[in-house]
Design a protein around this ligand. Structure first.
Ligand code: AMP
Ligand code: MN
Ligand code: MN
Ligand code: MN
Length: 277
């Protein structure tokens, strides 16, 4: 089974429209695809009538939260798109995102970058605004030489534009996903640069508040990291998920479906997805 259970479209900070993403997934041989845009499910509306090319589609989302002072992402899989409490939660999260965008723009203004909010908003094109939209604006207006530099200097962890305390706590986010009948997955744990003890504490707390899986594979990562995450999964009774976190074509480290196979012994998260095996 080639399952890619984490990727983004233009409905959030991805480059491809949902239909084009679906086509690309089919071309890459993906059999099961979850689109997991940041704080929105708008991408699915466009796919109602789309030809899936044999790809089985799972409704998903990626929520932002924080835990012990660190930004953490949680993916929700197989969520009921008609769930009213989920719709309210998404609305709240988007309002938070809009407020946060204002705060980011204020902080960038203090560094000498005027009017970045209008620029980021234009680039987002009606989608919820995220730091990648600010990064692109800074790049396009000559403030930085690359997206990477924008994150390194102004938007990444610990930098002025890293506004993270506005998000609801972990148990709230997991509760939203569970209430919508979904499976909560701890996203890209390898990217948090945590010690084993800290990651274990996070995985334990995540499971205790209703989380059910952890991304054992996310994009390109070392075999060592994969083993480490598989171990944490089994220690905490969590299922294993996998995804590319694809945003943009032309980044070989995050191509749809290209991240290898889950290690033996992992219980794949698709066992938990209704109607799928
Ligand atoms: P936000 O949703 O506003 O918190 O922004 C987080 C998003 O920024 C992530 O989902 C990535 O798409 C992107 N991102 C984070 N760090 C980097 C980086 N160093 N270079 C490029 N994109 C990044
Ligand atoms: Mn993103
Ligand atoms: Mn993420
Ligand atoms: Mn993501």
């Amino acid at each position: 089974m080639i399952a890619d259970l984490h990727c983004h479209t233009s409905a959030s900070d991805g480059a491809l429209r949902p239909r084009d993403l679906l086509r690309r997934a089919a071309e890459q041989g993906v059999e099961l695809l979850a689109i997991t845009d940041h704080d929105t499910v708008d991408g699915f509306a466009e796919l109602d009538s789309a030809e899936t090319g044999g790809v089985e589609l799972v409704a998903g989302i990626e929520f932002s939260t924080h835990w012990r002072g660190q930004s953490i992402h949680v993916v929700g899989l197989d969520i009921d798109l008609g769930c009213r409490s989920l719709a309210a939660a998404i609305e709240r999260q988007q309002a938070t995102r809009a407020e946060r965008a204002t705060m980011i723009a204020d902080r960038l203004a203090r560094l000498g970058f005027a009017d970045t909010l209008a620029g980021a908003r234009r680039i987002a094109g009606g989608s919820p605004i995220g730091r990648p939209h600010f990064a692109r604006h800074l790049l396009e207006t000559g403030g930085v030489r690359s997206i990477d530099a924008a994150f390194r200097k102004y938007l990444g962890p610990g930098k002025a534009g890293d506004v993270k305390y506005c998000w609801p706590p972990l148990d709230t986010i997991v509760g939203w996903i569970r209430a919508a009948g979904g499976v909560a997955v701890l996203a890209h744990p390898g990217k948090y640069r945590m010690t084993n003890a800290r990651l274990g504490a996070l995985a334990g707390e995540f499971r205790d508040c209703g989380g059910m899986a952890l991304e054992v594979l996310c994009g390109r990562q070392s075999a060592d990291m994969t083993r480490r995450l598989a171990r944490i999964c089994s220690e905490h009774g969590l299922h294993a998920s996998c995804g590319s976190d694809f945003h943009t074509p032309g980044q070989p480290w995050s191509e749809l479906g290209r991240f290898g196979r889950l290690p033996g012994g992992c219980r794949p998260v698709w066992e938990l997805l209704q109607g799928l095996h």
